[in-house]
Design a protein around this ligand. Structure first.
Ligand code: SAM
Length: 303
């Protein structure tokens, strides 16, 4: 929705519960937290990212698909992982369900989306019904670090922009591996950080970009290998990262224009700060410190 003014709705918190449709994922109260024993920083990071991605301003900035590259990248990686009409796909950290619904709609596969926020589950269910794929897609609310995911049940697990957020990365990848059929694939697309970020950007990027615990491409690849997966493809998607910055810059310019025309009560200093932040982010991308990446790995068990 380029050109529209940003909404000003309060942040919603994942405290309410939603009745699950079916299946083996559990219906216990999900937590926007790390498993017990994790440092509070990790719990804060997870809760904070859920808040950000539940917020209407995030939807205004990023659209319905909450990852760089949007649904075009989702489609590309799903095809690389061999998703077809007979596939069962697990979409971990499914957000508002855009990817899950898109894959069911375009490829005819069955998709189970799991996400922390109740609003995401509701939005996904509505979207699936709206697009006529309610029979192919289901959403469950829960923490993918703890929720039973099933055993040898899925052909492909998608992790779009969620591994970076998880405090229990290694354990979760092992659980994801166990949920895959032999020869099943894991797709990770995520923010990558390849060195120390400048202090002045770290705080805001942790909140707005969920980069607080992001890894380098090598770091993610190592985590996947350590979980017993065979990494088959690794790509740095620097131009995808840059195009996110460009899109947000365009939206800010529209907001600035609306504010100058008196149509939007926005503080000029805030807009300037946001523009400076985007320039800083672009420098990090140009310097190779911050990027977006994709990794595809296979579950190597036989039969
Ligand atoms: C950056 S958004 C990406 C959403 C979606 N994958 C997409 O690309 O549109 C991250 C999503 O992961 C979810 N998430 C974060 N930690 C989670 C966890 N431990 N268990 C389940 N979902 C989680 C958040 O609630 C949010 O919906």
């Amino acid at each position: 929705m380029p050109g529209e003014a940003p909404p000003a709705t309060p942040v919603s918190r994942p405290t309410d519960t939603v009745k699950m449709k079916r299946g083996h994922a559990d219906s216990g109260t999900p937590r926007a937290t790390a498993p017990s024993g994790e440092p509070s920083h990790a719990r804060d990071l997870a809760a904070c990212c859920v808040d950000v991605y539940s917020h209407p301003v995030a939807r205004w900035l990023f659209g319905e698909s909450f990852h760089p590259g949007g649904l075009a990248l989702t489609q590309r990686v799903a095809r690389l992982a061999g998703v077809g009409s007979t596939s069962r796909v697990l979409d971990l950290g499914s957000g508002r369900g855009a990817s899950a619904v898109h894959l069911a709609e375009t490829l005819g596969c069955e998709v189970t989306g799991v996400t922390l926020e109740a609003t995401g589950v509701e939005a996904g269910q509505h979207l699936a019904a709206d697009r006529g794929v309610g029979h192919l897609v289901e959403f469950r609310r829960g923490d993918i670090q703890e929720l039973p995911l099933g055993a040898r049940a899925y052909d492909v697990a998608m992790m779009e922009c969620v591994l970076s957020i998880l405090p229990a990365k290694a354990e979760t990848l092992s659980r994801v591996r166990a949920a895959l059929k032999p020869g099943g694939m894991v797709v990770v697309t995520d923010v990558t950080v390849s060195g120390p970020l400048p202090e002045e950007l770290r705080g805001v990027l942790t909140v707005a970009g969920c980069v607080g615990d992001a890894r380098s491409l090598d770091g993610y690849a190592r985590l996947m290998s350590d979980a017993g997966l065979e990494v088959r493809q690794v790509e740095d998607l620097q131009s995808t990262a840059t195009s996110v910055v460009r899109t947000i810059k365009g939206k800010l310019l529209m907001a600035e224009l609306a504010s100058k025309l008196g149509k939007l009560p926005l503080d000029a200093a805030l807009i300037e700060r946001a523009k400076a932040l985007l320039r800083g982010v672009q420098r990090l991308i140009d310097d190779g410190l911050l990027s977006y990446g994709l990794l595809i790995a296979v579950e190597p068990r036989r039969g």
